[in-house]
Design a protein around this ligand. Sequence first.
Ligand code: G3P
Ligand code: CA
Length: 251
Amino acid sequence: MKKTNIYGHRGAMGTHPENTLLSFQAALEQGADGVELDIQVTKDGELVVIHDDTVDRTTDGTGYVHDYSLHKLKALSAGCRFNHFPEYEPSWDQERIPTLQEVLCFLAPFGTEANIELKPHLAKHKGIERRVLETVQAWGSQTKIIYSSFHMPMLLRLKQLNNTANIAWLLNINLPLAADYMSCFQFESLHVDRKILLTEGNAFEQEGLLSVIRAWTVNQDQEIQQLLAKGVGTIMTDYPSRAIALRDGMI
Ligand code: G3P
Ligand code: CA
């Protein structure tokens, strides 16, 4: 059975400020095979790496990302709200929301895979797919990039623009005939909610697809072990070091 890859969800968000360079660095240091990240668009059209469409939960600011220029966004701390984390250090207060370009440049020397999730509301930004592809082409170097979204039209437009792009459809439902969808739309993978994959008799398992599927977001040891035993291709987790230790039989 092929070794399961471990991806750090928003970096290593269980222990570090999510979607920051600090978090991606932690995931790399812990040995993650890849990282997952989310993008949003600023008022002046810059692609930035942050999960929510507002800055309220993860920074010391308030309001929608799309109402901030990149310059104004960069004034916010993306680390100070995580001062309750055991590994917190005052230097985290200086952490900023990174641009997609900054994250790609950071990852490029390491060969770590990167999954860029495009939230469905980004579809209202005309040409977003081209912008993302151009940014990856300019700054992604040899990094294997996987583009994922719940929103099928954006995935199809990405594929139309670049036939070799690795595309994964995000799913939180069981999908009978999943293999047919994969082959018809030339998807590299399906990113499936762990709850579906842990359900007996799910279509992905029945169709023998588990080895190409990425499971999100798996944080409980028992669930990680169950999915490792099933031979899932990739496990995305907030705690990459823990999942790696379980995979490698260290704990
Ligand atoms: O990529 C799957 C997972 O990240 C989706 O959930 O809310 O963490 O973006 P969320
Ligand atoms: Ca995500």
